[in-house]
Every structure is written in C-alpha cells, then in structure tokens.
Write a protein that binds this ligand. Structure first.
Ligand SMILES: [Mg+2]
Length: 238
C-alpha cells in the first residue's frame, strides 16, 4: 500500500508555493491577529460577567466555573449549555459585544492572502458576527470564501471530531482533497483531529498553548511565531 506522507513533512518551507494547497483554512482568534493585542482577554471578562449575571454568582465563582467549563469541554459555551442550560445565542451576543479598536488594517497580511491560490476559509469556535468584526478590522473579510462558526457546527466546538466532519462538509472538501488542505491554529490540540483526517497542520505559537503543543506535537507539521512569518518563509512569488 502506498504510504501517504504528509505534504509539509516531505517539503521544506521554501518548497511551499501559492499552489501547494487547494484549501487554506484558518482559525480566527490569536491566529489571524497577534495574541498580544489582548482581544481574547476582553472576551473572557465578558464571559465571566455573563455567568455572574445568568447564574447569580460572585466573580470568584464565575471565574472558576468559566475555567472549569473551558478545560472540560474545550469551549466555555459548550459546558454552560450542557451543564447549566444557558441559551447560546444570548451568550454569544453578549460576550462578543465588545469593540476592538486595537485592530488595524493589515495590508501585509492581506497581500499574502491575495497571493494564495485555492480557497480560503475561516473556521472558528466563536460567532460569525465576531469573526466579521475582526476580519473587517484587519481589512481581510473579502479574502475568504466562507466562514464556519460555532452556530454552523451546531455548537459542537473544536477539538470535537464531529465539528471537523461538519467543517469538511460545509467547505465541500472531499476525498484526496483532504491531503491538499492546510489548517492554521494557535490552539495546538485543535490540530490533532485535522491531522488525523489527513490535513497538513501549522501551529501559530503562543505561550498560553505551549503545554498543549508538547502533548500534541506529533500532529503538528509546522510551527511559526505568527501567520505572517509563515507566509514570509514560503515561496509565494513562484
Ligand atoms: Mg485561536
């Protein structure tokens, strides 16, 4: 039987070109923008506020519950739905109802994305409204063919394998095309199911997920400091 070698394992960075993949899939938060902007922290604070209000908890207990749900389910919302019966739409509207003036148009990232051949997608555990807010802020909304959000996966988050099944159906990625698809994520454990399906994987490094990386590194083909470093290292002009 022919051994299927993962594309990125058999290539060097500079052998990757704009034609190397038919599908380029990107996580949103802390992948398409720098984690140091602190956007995630603002959303976390609003999650705590939501829990305090909905479940009548003091901040200390709400914070503890938020962390517990995130650890157990990979997404706080999922845990609150299953264990506390909260309404996902009111939750999403509330936690993402925050401005992000830190974001600036990123012309360099846009130019990199423009050069890629094939389709480009955003696959996020957040809401589509949040995704378009961010993408509009960076000025790259028009670069993507489609966005799959947490409503689109029926509130089943990455890294649950069922979420990835929905993703490949939604993006119409079939058969051999899986091997010509690459997925970029800052949450290392979210790369494992993608790799198991045959996708190539790129981890966008951050210290918050470094321990996750150590547990999941055999599922990761490439790692880089940020998404623009990746594009700067490959051969986009060939
Ligand atoms: Mg992320």
């Amino acid at each position: 039987m022919k051994k299927t070698k993962n594309f990125l394992h058999s290539k060097k960075f500079n052998q990757i070109t704009k034609d190397s993949f038919e599908n380029w899939i990107f996580d949103l938060d802390n992948t398409l923008y720098d984690i140091n902007l602190g956007l995630f922290h603002k959303v976390s604070e609003r999650i705590t506020l939501y829990i305090m209000d909905e479940l009548c908890l003091k901040k200390e207990y709400a914070d503890r519950l938020r962390r517990k749900m995130f650890k157990k389910y990979g997404l706080t919302l999922r845990g609150l739905m299953l264990e506390k019966n909260i309404d996902p739409d009111s939750y999403l509207d509330f936690v993402h109802n925050v401005a992000h003036p830190e974001l600036e148009v990123d012309s360099q990232l846009k130019n990199f994305l423009k050069k890629l051949h094939g389709k480009k997608f955003v696959y996020t555990n957040a809401s589509k409204k949040h995704a378009t807010n961010i993408l509009d802020g960076i000025g790259i909304t028009d670069q993507f063919d489609d966005i799959l959000d947490i409503r689109g996966t029926n509130y089943v988050p990455k890294p649950d394998p069922r979420s990835y099944e929905t993703m490949i159906r939604k993006f119409k990625i079939v058969g051999e095309e899986l091997k010509r698809t690459v997925f970029f994520e800052d949450t290392a454990k979210n790369l494992k199911p993608a790799k198991k399906m045959g996708l190539s994987t790129v981890w966008i490094e951050n210290n918050f997920n470094r321990q996750d990386y150590e547990f999941n590194k055999k599922f990761i083909d490439f790692r880089c400091n940020n998404i623009k470093d990746f594009f700067a290292s490959i051969s986009l002009d060939m």
